[in-house]
Design a protein around this ligand. Structure first.
Ligand code: ADP
Ligand code: ZN
Length: 764
């Protein structure tokens, strides 16, 4: 039985060698990878079924007489003592197994089968990420209650006749229902402006018949002609280029590289319109969908209906409906977080990846994958266009653009009279904050001026809570998480100290647990809450809002706060990276970066790129509606290339430098990385196992293994962690290497766990 599609690392390396296999001229090789499996006739006695668990392959099941299944059918099968959901998979069975000895499929759901492209995609992702295919399939089957059709809903229809007593309310209902169309009970009551008891009275008199209606769609159908395109100048040229790809309806990747406010969204809306005209479905990936209410509204303004949403905050019932209606084709456009990539659309024809550089696209849990890269794979397998969008594209995508794999489309200026903010560095060595403060007098003056004009200021600091470290002034004791190697972060609003690794929290103590001294604990360094305190000291009259992901009241409250800011109901906003993404605040004219150096400190090879992206993104929140705007960056390293690149506005110089450094160091996309994290209950078990794996590495030229070394975050939730980093040249067969290494590695015993991360983003 085959469940994995060969060796994708050899054929196609996303971050590195895009080997010829993905290009059209060597489609043979690629074609071989996806050759259609021989069709299973309905008479077949056994079929492979992939179950959503960490099984390495599909299992064989017998097909009971009279049960019709085909590859992709969603079924229920016995597994051990349980019944589980599974999908009939492609490929031959083990053969030789007597069907009589196999357990039979228990049930076939009344659900369109997962298409061939979807199944190939699942196999591909499994093989690329070295994950069990069942775990990948599980991501596509995230709405178990949706496998059977949604129940019909009860409705009524007027069949004629007269009630005994014709009250005005009854007359009104009958007038509306007279056309014989179907209504729901509450819908009709609402339309007639009467209570449902009036309807019930009429039903009792036999004037209506009961009928069953199909459940309503989660969203109305978007209409590509709802408003006309209003693109101008370079936007038009950009759209034309993408539309050419959309009309061809073949695999092609475009990268829209345009400054914030240049109209990138407007441009890709035209690609969506064209795809809808062609009768295909569209997926828009957004890094922080739960927070992008304004995006949904904007989409509605253009298309007359909202897209369906898909993200982890969706209510379970809604989740089921969206899943079902994406599979049946009723939903035409989904806007979602990375997990939406695994929705089994009926006929997907375009994927947009907005803010394609965003680290939120990387999932680091069970199946480690990058949704941006896998979106490109899905486009290749389904043979449709993919559009990547960013004001600060990833180095990987830039390089793919330069080499011609992607078509890069530039939008270098903001739309209309909106200008980009004027950016300046504040040299903190020369303009130091007053004692106990974190804001330079230069920053405070600028905030004062902005607020005085009735405009808004945003202060950005990527640190939740009040202070990242608390210590005792008497004995020097530092508060550390009991189960992680990380400091406890003080959250003064909640009166807690918390671990940001594992969520451990305790009440902020009054005495030092080490020496017992009362009231001698000091908060070290700032978090957003502490900056808010400083701001309130300087501007007691101003309306301030603190925004971070741990805000009480969750996503709902966040959406309200963001709305309030957009409406001008706040003067000063203090926020974490949450405020960096996509929001449009018309009155925001000052963005102050509290600690521009923060992201540069760690040893991450992408630190410079990340810092550049984040700071560009945040400062880009200012001045989107034409008001003159400023960005101020507090830094202790004003000469740092990232700082210089940002204030000079010369992004291309920054990318050139970054790209040549990566090339020199053979780092992605010029080389390949995979990381292996070994964790265990004891440090020794983790280290011993990691060493065993290291010794199991085959000798291959062009691939080397670094480590094991204790991870920078050595302890998480009581588990000790060691890391191995596998580094390969661009064309190396990373997956093949890792498979061989795993096969030779010692068995994972006791508490030992091994996690593979291909193209890692995190090195902690
Ligand atoms: P980006 O996605 O590049 O940040 P947007 O598409 O959000 O840019 O456009 C920025 C602002 O300019 C939005 O408010 C948008 O409505 C407006 N805008 C952009 N292009 C046009 C256009 N051609 N006609 C009218 N308004 C536009
Ligand atoms: Zn912890």
């Amino acid at each position: 039985m085959t469940t994995s599609s060969g060796n994708p690392g050899f054929l196609f390396c996303l971050s590195g060698a895009w080997s010829g296999a993905m290009s059209k001229d060597s489609s043979d090789l690629f074609g071989a990878l996806f050759e259609a499996a021989p069709a299973k006739s309905m008479m077949s006695r056994t079929v492979p079924v992939l179950v959503p668990m960490p099984a390495p392959r599909a299992y064989s099941y017998a097909v009971p007489e009279g049960l019709a299944v085909e590859p992709g059918s969603v079924v229920q099968v016995p597994l051990g003592p349980r019944q589980v959901i599974g999908v009939v998979w492609d490929g031959e069975d083990d053969g030789g197994v007597d069907p009589k000895k196999l357990r039979p499929i228990s049930h076939v759901f009344d659900c369109p089968p997962l298409g061939k492209h979807m199944r190939d995609f699942i196999d591909w992702v499994a093989a690329y990420t070295l994950s069990p295919p069942g775990l990948v399939a599980r991501m596509a089957l995230r709405a178990p209650a949706a496998f059977d059709p949604e129940p019909m809903i009860e409705g009524l229809r007027f069949i004629g006749g007269q009630p005994e007593r014709l009250t005005p309310a009854r007359a009104k209902v009958m007038e509306i229902a007279a056309d014989g169309l179907s209504w729901t009970r509450t819908g009709l009551a609402h339309a007639a402006g009467v209570s449902t008891s009036v309807i019930d009275g009429l039903i009792a008199q036999g004037i209506f018949e009961t009928i069953f209606l199909p459940p309503p769609p989660v969203v109305a159908k978007p209409d590509p002609e709802f408003t006309a395109s209003r693109l101008q100048g370079p936007q038009k040229d950009a759209a034309d280029e993408i539309l050419a790809d959309v009309r061809k309806g073949e695999f092609a990747v475009s990268l829209i590289d345009g400054v914030t406010g240049s109209g990138k969204t407007e441009v890709y809306f035209e690609a969506i319109a064209e795809t809808l005209r062609r009768g295909k479905q569209v997926l828009i990936l957004l890094p922080e969908i739960a927070l992008t209410a304004s995006f949904l509204e904007r989409f509605q303004d253009r298309f007359g209906a909202k897209p369906a949403e898909w993200h982890s905050d969706l209510a379970p019932r809604m989740r089921e409906k969206v899943w079902r209606q994406a599979v049946t084709g009723e939903v035409r456009v989904v806007a979602g977080a990375r997990s939406a990539l695994f929705l089994p659309f009926e006929d997907l024809g375009l994927i947009i990846v907005d803010e394609e550089h965003d680290p939120a696209y990387k999932q680091e849990d069970r199946v480690y994958y990058n949704a941006r890269d896998m979106a490109v794979v899905r486009g290749r397998i389904g043979d449709f266009p993919v559009v990547l969008v960013s004001a600060t594209p990833s180095v990987e995508s830039q390089v793919n653009g330069q080499s011609g794999r992607y078509t890069t489309i530039h939008l270098p200026t903001r739309f209309g009279d909106a200008a980009l903010p004027d950016l300046h560095l504040i040299d903190m060595r020369r303009h130091a904050p007053e004692r106990g403060g974190f804001l330079s007098p230069v920053m405070i003056r600028a905030i004062g001026k902005t607020v005085a004009k009735g405009e808004q200021a945003l202060l950005f600091l990527n640190r939740r809570g009040y202070a990242p470290l608390t210590l005792c002034r008497v004995c020097g004791h530092r508060f550390q998480c009991p189960q992680c190697s990380s400091w406890l972060v003080e959250h003064r609003f909640r009166n807690q100290i918390q671990c940001h690794q594992c969520g451990y929290a305790e009440r902020t103590p009054e005495a030092c647990p080490e020496c017992g001294t009362l009231d001698h604990l000091v908060a070290c360094g700032p978090g957003v809450e502490r900056i808010a305190e400083e701001v309130e000291r300087h501007f007691p009259e101003a309306r301030t809002i603190v925004l971070s992901s741990d805000i009480m009241g969750g996503v709902k409250r966040l959406r309200l706060e963001l709305d309030a800011i957009a409406k001008g109901e706040a003067d000063i906003v203090i926020g974490t990276q949450l405020v960096a993404k996509g929001h449009n605040f018309p009155l925001m004219t000052l963005v102050g970066i509290v600690d521009a150096d923060l992201g540069l400190a760690n040893g991450d090879p992408r630190a410079a790129e990340r810092t550049f992206q984040l700071l560009s993104q945040v400062t880009g929140r200012a001045g989107r509606t034409g008001l003159k705007s400023h960005g101020l960056l507090q830094t202790y390293q004003p000469q740092h290339p990232v700082m210089q690149a940002i204030v000079s506005g010369d992004a291309s110089a920054f990318y050139e430098r970054e790209i040549s450094e990566r090339e020199r160091a053979i780092l992605p996309p010029f080389g390949r990385l995979a990381s292996i994290i070994v964790s265990a209950d004891t440090r020794q078990d983790a280290e011993t196992h990691a060493r065993g794996m290291r010794n199991a590495a085959p000798q291959v030229s062009g691939i080397s293994v670094l480590g094991p070394a204790e991870a920078p975050i050595a302890l998480v939730r009581g588990r000790h962690r060691f890391r191995l980093l596998v580094h390969g040249r661009r064309n190396s067969d990373m997956q093949g290497f890792l498979r061989a290494m795993l096969a030779q590695s010692p068995k994972e015993r006791g508490s030992v766990q091994v996690q593979l991360d291909i193209d890692p983003q995190s090195f902690l």
